[in-house]
Design a protein. Structure first.
Length: 341
């Protein structure tokens, strides 16, 4: 079982102004993702104290402005799909509604309006809301693949909750994409998973689950079929991975899988809320049937700003060097979050 958790600890020394300029040594970690080898930096020396950001003024202001996703106008102002995708115009599942993205950034780009409610506080995000929304997204992806097999080969379902995470509208919505080629990171994941399978005749993702269970420090538990891990080499604060063994493509997830997935998300979102992490990004990653060795999985990361209202948690490291970082050890997150699983 060749999954390896490799990290190096850097010791940096400076003369400490808080201690009469005596020498002080600080440890930081560089970790390597066991699949892709990508670096993740961890600066655990800084205690992250987040003050709860109150979205109320933003929400109230947004209610005064025009919202295209609210029920009074949604039928009039949002686009409809061509007949080959949806003869009914828009794809409804429960209270969720998939519509074309007016500003597409991939050949097939939809938005799932997750609810008729304009604002859903974190603690009210529930399993039903997520299951219906994911199902609407998957339905769109399956129809896109059917209508355009060459142009909708690689897909993802994405969620930016609130402005810190890049959400441009308060009204909760998913971004659903399919194109001829995978996104850059997705391509790394898929290629490395396929290579791993060819090299070891074994699935990386199930090997990762086994390795994390054996290791113990980052394994959180299961919701139904889905295994949850505090990610060894995090892409951001509170990075959690949920793996659905045996599933590979957008056609493979049934409603029971989606319920299991949403059940885990619910626990993590509640945990974020308790830690005053009031925004997050999440993604579901898929591959194609021929990409043997890949497994459908979800990733969710917390988003925050250290300064209220302005500021950002994205720096030169992510934007100009492609190195994600976090200030909290994944093992610390796991210790706190495991109790909810
Ligand atoms: Zn709205």
């Amino acid at each position: 079982m060749p999954v390896k958790f490799i990290k190096t600890v850097n010791k940096s020394t400076f003369l400490d102004p808080a201690n009469n300029f005596a020498p002080k040594t600080v440890n930081t970690e560089v970790r390597y993702d066991p699949l892709t080898g990508q670096i993740s930096r961890i600066f655990p020396f800084r205690k992250l104290i987040l003050h709860r950001h109150d979205w109320t003024p933003f929400v109230e202001e947004s209610k005064q402005k025009f919202c295209p996703f609210c029920p009074a106008v949604v039928e009039k102002v949002t686009p409809k799909f061509p007949a080959d995708i949806a003869p009914e115009g828009r794809i409804r599942v429960g209270d969720a509604l998939a519509i074309p993205n007016l500003n597409p950034y991939e050949k097939h780009a939809a938005v799932v309006i997750m609810s008729s409610r304009h604002y859903i506080p974190m603690e009210e995000v529930d399993v039903r809301l997520m299951v219906d929304s994911f199902r609407a997204g998957l339905e769109y992806l399956q129809r896109s693949t059917g209508a355009d097999p060459d142009g909708a080969r690689y897909a993802s379902v994405n969620w930016n909750y609130m402005p810190y995470a890049g959400g441009s509208l308060i009204h909760p919505h998913l971004q659903v994409l399919a194109g001829a080629r995978p996104c850059t990171y997705d391509r790394h994941l898929i290629n490395a998973s396929v290579e791993y399978f060819k090299s070891y005749n074994s699935n990386y993702w199930t090997d990762l689950i086994d390795a994390e269970i054996k290791h113990g420090e980052r394994y959180l538990g299961k919701t139904g079929r889905v295994h949850w891990l505090s990610t060894f080499a995090p892409r951001h604060v509170g990075d959690i991975t949920g793996i659905i063994p045996g599933k590979q493509t957008v056609d493979d997830l049934n409603d029971s899988d989606l319920t299991d997935l949403a059940g885990g998300f619910k626990k993590i979102i509640d945990y974020y809320s308790r830690c005053n992490i009031v925004s997050f990004n999440a993604a579901l990653y898929f591959a194609r049937r021929e990409d043997t060795g890949f497994t459908v999985h979800a990733r969710i990361v917390g988003r925050f700003t250290i300064f209220p209202l302005v500021g950002s948690d994205i720096t030169h490291m992510q934007i100009l060097h492609d190195d994600p970082w976090t200030v909290i050890l994944p093992e610390t997150i796991a210790g706190e979050l495991r109790a909810l699983f």
